[in-house]
Design a protein around this ligand. Structure first.
Ligand code: ADP
Ligand code: ADP
Length: 225
């Protein structure tokens, strides 16, 4: 059974109007548990659109998205939101951490929202921070952390509720090359430890080459590379 199975997705913005963009024109992608897929795409090719649809943040015009064997296109919006919270972790180019809370709290809060006890949530948050090498930064607010540290916290937050699927959109895209490599190592370590299925979009071909396989999105379709 696939963790993520998207079939024949199509998506057009501004259909029939000036500025029509046919972003996805029959995109299919299946990702097994534990498999890490690199998504390579030139800017504007539709990678954010694809990740948003796969992660149930947006819907396609046609096609289907199944997560852990369940066809999401058949669920109500409310059910879909619940599945997204339980099973999908997102990472973006910018961390989107809550500025008034500490690194630890940023990882604890989504767990509390999911019904985890405060003690268990704190223990898990600390363990995650430890695994990405910044347990000593737990009490710092985001503004007191370096860019690489902020992204590491965002990775921990994305994994806080033990999702089955991780979707990452240029997770190290705003870091300088040296920091980017180290932070990427931390992310891959976490992903491999947890056995997550992941789709990681990157412009960096050297990083993409470290994943289990790579796909390229161009002209609305995916090709294997
Ligand atoms: P990428 O992440 O690969 O840069 P996006 O998925 O963000 O690409 O966008 C793909 C194309 O669709 C771009 O041309 C973008 O301008 C356009 N686009 C994205 N979102 C919208 C939207 N909400 N309305 C209209 N056009 C959009
Ligand atoms: P990123 O590539 O970092 O995900 P973008 O700048 O492509 O971010 O898009 C940010 C948001 O703006 C997304 O929600 C996307 O759908 C929307 N968007 C992108 N391009 C357009 C566009 N041409 N018109 C309207 N909305 C857009």
């Amino acid at each position: 059974e696939y963790t993520l199975n998207v079939k024949d997705l199509t998506k057009t913005y501004n259909a029939g109007k000036p500025g029509e963009v046919r972003v996805l024109q029959g995109v299919s992608l299946a990702v097994k548990p534990g498999e890490v897929v690199g998504l390579v795409a030139p800017s504007g090719a539709g990678k954010s659109t694809l990740l948003h649809i796969a992660g149930l943040l947006d819907s396609a015009d046609s096609g289907s998205v199944a997560i852990a064997g369940t066809d999401m296109t058949k669920l109500s919006d409310r059910k879909r939101t619940a599945v997204r919270r339980d099973t999908v972790g997102f990472i973006y180019q910018f961390h989107h951490l809550l500025p008034e809370f500490s690194a630890l709290e940023n990882i604890v809060i989504p767990q509390l929202a999911n019904g985890v006890s405060d003690t268990a949530a704190q223990a898990r948050a600390l363990d995650l921070l430890d695994r990405v090498g910044i347990a000593d930064r737990a009490s710092h607010r985001p503004a007191a952390l370096s860019g690489g540290e902020q992204q590491r916290v965002a990775f921990c937050r994305a994994l806080a509720n033990e999702p089955a699927l991780l979707l990452a959109d240029e997770p190290t895209g705003n870091l300088d090359p040296d920091t980017s490599d180290q932070v990427f190592d931390a992310l891959m370590g976490l992903v491999r430890d947890t056995g997550l299925a992941a789709v990681i979009a990157t412009h960096n071909l050297a990083l993409a080459a470290r994943m289990d396989r790579q796909v390229r999105l161009t002209a609305g379709v995916l090709e294997m590379i």
